[in-house]
Every structure is written in C-alpha cells, then in structure tokens.
Ligand binder design. Structure first.
Ligand SMILES: [Zn+2]
Length: 212
C-alpha cells in the first residue's frame, strides 16, 4: 500500500505539519509541530489506527517547533532533529523579536544528519541536510523519491527566507540546485507553508538562479 500523508495547518503563520504513515503496518511519523496542532494530529492518527513512533523536526524556527514538547508528551515518540538543532530546541528564541506564541524548551532524543535513514514500517526515508534558510535544516525523501518532506527550503515559485540569522543566499542556491540535480521532476514537494508542488515545476527558476 502506498504511503498516506495527512496535512495539518497551524499557528499564526500557517505552518504545515505532516502525518505520514505506512498503512500496512500503521507506523506513522510526524513532520514538524506547529502551534496547537498536537490534539488534531493525535486524534487523526488514533482514528486511523496509526501509531506515531517518531517526530521529525525540519528546522528550529518557532513556527515549526512550538508544539514539539506537547506532541512528544502526547505520543511518547522520540524527537529527531539535526545536531545543530539541539541547542536552539532547548533555548527557543525568535529571529523576529518576541516569540508570538509560547515555545516550550524541548530535548532532542536522537539526531539526523545527511545520509541517515528513517524507517517507517516498510518504507525507508533518507535524510538530506539542506542549509540556506536555517543551518539545522533537514528534509526527508522516501526511497522511491515520490515525496520530499522539505520544510522551509522550497515552496511553489520560491524558497525559504534568507534574510534571517544563520541564513545565507549562496548556500540556499546551492541547496536548491542540489534538489534539482538529485531528485526527479516528478517528486512531490510537501513544504512547510502553502500548497504542494513538484521538483519539475520549480526547476526552471532554480536553474537560472545567480549568486547574490
Ligand atoms: Zn523557517
């Protein structure tokens, strides 16, 4: 059976969380934890008979992690993030001044870096480390390269902000070129904000990116 993916939108800047499951085994993982999405995600998993066994944080910006502690406590699942995310997750701050919502500190249970794999039932995802928007940014790609669970790297007709601390346009450009080089055009991009797109739909503007 194919992977099943349910999208949740939460928090003041409409951040996407994804509940990803192998329906054959009922194994599920969650990508990101926007403000006040825990109850919905847990209820959806329960209604489908899925067990959330991992929480993957794509990067440390407050809008993606505000519910990380709540989701971890509600599911008992380990929280996984890049090594560079460990400190920001226990010391939440905002690049935008005051945090607009409460972001409780949370401990990372295990780290994920470039080339690591995440097993979900009968599926295996590979971790890509994709700096440019946040040095701690990771994404997951399934073994069939059908889905790119990409956080704030690539959106329809645009990319994650590079005017934030730790962000860098040249690094972002390299990250985007890498996606076009390594993923087929058919790969669905499930971004941290907004609607899905595909690598093929975004490749034309990525190919003509110039260095800042
Ligand atoms: Zn972000």
């Amino acid at each position: 059976m194919p992977l099943e993916i349910v999208t949740f939108v939460g928090g003041p800047v409409q951040t996407n969380a994804y509940l990803v499951a192998d329906p054959e085994t009922g194994a599920a993982l969650v990508i990101d934890a926007p403000h006040e999405t825990t109850d919905q995600i847990v209820a959806e998993a329960a209604s489908r008979g899925w067990t959330i066994s991992q929480i993957v944080i794509t990067h440390t910006h407050w809008d993606h992690v505000a519910d990380a502690k709540a989701l971890k406590e509600a599911t008992g699942a380990p929280l996984l993030a890049h090594p560079l995310a460990v400190d920001p997750l226990v010391n939440p701050t905002s690049s935008f001044g005051m945090l607009p919502v409460e972001v409780p500190p949370v401990a990372t249970d295990d780290t994920l870096d470039e080339g690591d794999t995440v097993t979900l039932g009968g599926y295996t995802f590979t971790v890509m480390h994709l700096p440019g928007h946040d040095p701690a940014h990771i994404a997951l790609v399934d073994e069939n390269k059908e889905f790119f669970l990409g956080g704030d790297v690539l959106f329809p007709a645009g990319h994650g902000r590079t005017d934030l601390p730790g962000a860098e346009q040249a690094v972002m450009n390299a990250t985007l070129r890498r996606l076009v080089a390594e993923l087929p055009g058919t790969t669905a991009v499930l971004p941290g904000h907004g609607a899905p797109t595909t690598i093929g739909a975004e490749a034309p503007w990525i190919r003509i990116l110039r260095e800042p």
